[in-house]
Design a binder for this molecule. Structure first.
Ligand SMILES: NC(=O)c1ccc[n+]([C@@H]2O[C@H](COP(=O)([O-])OP(=O)(O)OC[C@H]3O[C@@H](n4cnc5c(N)ncnc54)[C@H](OP(=O)(O)O)[C@@H]3O)[C@@H](O)[C@H]2O)c1
Length: 191
């Protein structure tokens, strides 16, 4: 495993990108997975830039927690995008998934190899633990966080322990509707 002081190694060509919504205290969902506090604002949020961001990536990597959530949606939200799901438990029960252009990988190393083999470069990384795994490997390069004006007190965290500081360049912050703010950062590689 590479660390922030040994960033990316053979996978340095990958550009891991995060586009995520959090509470002001840094949670991506309640303990039970609910994110009603994020979706409640609906159209009042205005233009979030999600569609433009989504169009800019050529693959997604989802953790199993996030895959379980989006699998309950009435429509598969990633149509037309290549999706890699990181999960040991899913791999034990499925050899393939019914969602189009989707594959399952047991380890971070396996998913990184598959991304390289397919020539994927700009990758949308989603799910708290998955983002933390990519950060630890020095593979997150861009982070956009949309913050809801709410404190949850507990929940599923976006970030976790690191083996060293990760320095970021603030690209910009803007105000959305309903009291939400959105900040973008570039992860600096000279940490
Ligand atoms: N607010 C937002 O914008 C936002 C965005 C995304 C997700 N969410 C929510 O966040 C919750 C899910 O987050 P989460 O932190 O539980 O994490 P997650 O990253 O979606 O899923 C965690 C699972 O992914 C697999 N995994 C992650 N890293 C791995 C690694 N290095 N090697 C092997 N497997 C790995 C493991 O699956 P196995 O246990 O199967 O091996 C692990 O249990 C859901 O409720 C989702 O709806 C919110």
């Amino acid at each position: 495993m590479n660390t922030p002081s040994d960033p990316a190694g053979p996978f340095a060509a990958l550009i891991g990108c995060v586009f995520v919504g959090t509470s002001l205290d840094g949670f991506i969902a309640r303990e039970n997975g609910d994110f009603d506090w994020l979706t409640a604002a609906g159209d009042a949020l205005g233009e979030t830039g999600y569609d433009e961001f989504f169009a800019s990536v050529d693959a997604m990597v989802l953790g199993r927690g996030t895959f379980d959530t989006v699998s309950t949606f009435p429509e598969w939200p990633y149509a037309g995008k290549r999706v890699f799901v990181l999960s040991r438990t899913l791999l034990r029960s499925h050899s393939s998934l019914s969602q189009p252009d989707t594959s399952i990988h047991a380890t971070l190393g396996d998913v990184l190899e598959a991304l390289i083999v397919e020539g994927r470069r700009r990758v949308y990384v989603d799910g708290g633990r998955t983002i933390q795994s990519f950060l630890h490997a020095g593979l997150i390069r861009e982070i956009t966080i949309t913050r809801a004006p709410v404190l949850l007190g507990s929940g599923i965290p976006l970030f976790g322990p690191l083996s060293g500081d990760v320095h970021l360049r603030h690209v910009g912050t803007r105000e959305l509707g309903a009291g939400f703010t959105q900040s973008s950062y570039e992860v600096l590689s000279d940490t």
